[in-house]
Design a protein around this ligand. Structure first.
Ligand code: SF4
Ligand code: SF4
Length: 314
C-alpha cells in the first residue's frame, strides 16, 4: 500500500505547510498560463567526454539521422528563452548537455533569471561560487577509480574527486548498470569520504536489449547492495525503499512529469525534446531516472523519501 493515513499525517508539519503555500500560488499561475512546472535545457552539443552509457549522444545520433540541424543556440538566444520561461512562472531550471559547464558564463546568466538552478555535470570542470543562492550540482561518479575511468573512457577519477571534495553544493550521482553494480558500496564510501551533500543512485535506462540494463541476478544484487549502502550511510544516501520499489515496478512511468509535459526539456538548438533521458517514449519501459522516481514517491507522501529530500534546496 503506497498511501496511508500515517504517511499523510507525518508529512503535515508547519515547515511543509509554509513551503506549500507559495508553491500552490505558483502552480495556479502556471495552470492559468499553461506553463510547465520546471524546464530542462541541454545547453550544448559539445562534451569533453564520450562515456559508455551516454543518453545524450544517443538522442543526438537519433536526431542526426532525422537530418535536423545541430547548432547550439547563442547565449543571447538562450537568455531570451530563459526570460520568457521565467515570465510565465517557471522558477526552477536544470542544465544538462553535452557538458553544461562548457558554457559557464551562460550558467551565471541563467542564475540571474531563475530562483533555483541545478547543474548536471561530469565534474571535470570545477564550478565556482555563484553570487547569492548556490546552484544544486549533480556530479557523476560511477565506480572506483578503474571502473569510473573505464565507463567515462578517460583517466578522470582523481580530478573529479578533487573537484567535488568538501563541496556541500554537490550531490554525487551513480548510474547503476551491468558495468558497475558490484561497486555500489565502494561508490558510497568514496562519495561519503569526499564529504559532498549526498549521493544519488540512478538506474541505467535503455532500450529493451541493451546489455547495460539491470536484469535477473544483477538486479537482485543491486537491490541488496543499495539496501546495505542505505543502512551503512543513512541519510547521506538519497534513496528510499519506496524509490527502489518504484523503479522495480516502474510505477513512476505512468505519471512521469516529463511524459505529461509538466517538465519540458530542450535540445541545444532550442527544439523540444521528449524528456531528459532521450527523444523517444521507447525508453520509458526501462526508465531508471531518479527524478520521476523521487517525484512519484513524494506524490505518494512516502515519509522516508520526504525526509531524505527535504534538505535539498531545489
Ligand atoms: S559526460 Fe555526460 S554528456 Fe558527456 S559523454 Fe558522458 S554522459 Fe554524455
Ligand atoms: S524515459 Fe523516463 S523520464 Fe523519460 S518520459 Fe519516460 S518515464 Fe519519464
Amino acid at each position: 500500500m503506497y498511501l496511508n493515513e500515517n504517511s499523510i499525517l507525518r508529512s503535515i508539519t508547519v515547515d511543509n505547510f509554509r513551503r506549500a503555500i507559495p508553491m500552490w500560488f505558483r502552480s495556479q499561475k502556471r495552470k492559468f498560463l499553461k506553463a510547465p512546472m520546471w524546464t530542462n535545457y541541454d545547453l550544448t552539443y559539445k562534451c569533453n567526454l564520450r562515456c559508455e552509457h551516454c543518453y545524450f549522444h544517443k538522442a543526438v545520433e537519433e536526431k542526426r539521422i532525422q537530418g535536423k540541424p545541430l547548432n547550439d543556440l547563442t547565449n543571447a538566444q538562450w537568455i531570451k528563452i530563459f526570460k520568457y520561461h521565467r515570465s510565465i512562472g517557471i522558477h526552477s531550471a536544470t542544465f544538462t548537455g553535452g557538458e553544461p559547464t562548457l558554457r559557464m558564463n551562460l550558467l551565471f546568466e541563467a542564475k540571474k533569471i531563475f530562483d533555483n538552478i541545478q547543474i548536471i555535470t561530469n565534474g571535470l570542470i570545477k564550478i565556482p561560487e555563484f553570487p547569492g543562492k548556490q546552484p544544486v550540482i549533480w556530479t557523476s561518479l560511477d565506480g572506483g577509480s578503474e571502473t569510473h575511468n573505464a565507463i567515462r573512457r578517460a583517466e578522470i577519477f582523481d580530478r573529479v574527486i578533487e573537484n567535488v571534495q568538501d563541496d556541500k553544493r554537490i550531490y554525487l550521482i551513480c548510474t547503476v548498470s551491468s558495468s558497475n553494480y558490484d561497486e555500489i558500496g565502494e561508490v558510497a564510501k568514496i562519495a561519503h569520504d569526499a564529504n559532498t551533500g549526498g549521493l544519488f543512485y540512478n538506474f541505467y535506462t535503455g532500450y529493451p536489449k541493451d546489455p547495460l540494463l539491470l536484469k535477473g541476478k544483477s538486479l537482485q544484487k543491486t537491490i541488496k547492495e543499495l539496501t546495505k549502502a542505505m543502512a551503512d550511510y543513512g541519510d547521506y544516501i538519497l534513496l528510499s525503499k519506496k524509490m527502489i520499489e518504484t523503479y522495480i515496478k516502474k510505477s513512476h512511468v505512468k505519471d512521469c512529469f516529463f511524459k505529461n509535459g509538466e517538465v519540458q526539456s530542450f535540445f541545444p538548438n532550442g527544439r523540444r525534446k521528449f524528456c531528459v533521458m532521450g527523444n523517444t517514449p521507447a525508453l520509458c519501459a526501462n526508465c531508471g531516472c531518479v527524478v520521476p522516481i523521487v517525484a512519484h514517491c513524494l506524490k505518494k507522501f512516502d515519509p522516508e523519501t520526504i525526509e531524505k529530500f527535504k534538505k535539498i534546496p531545489f
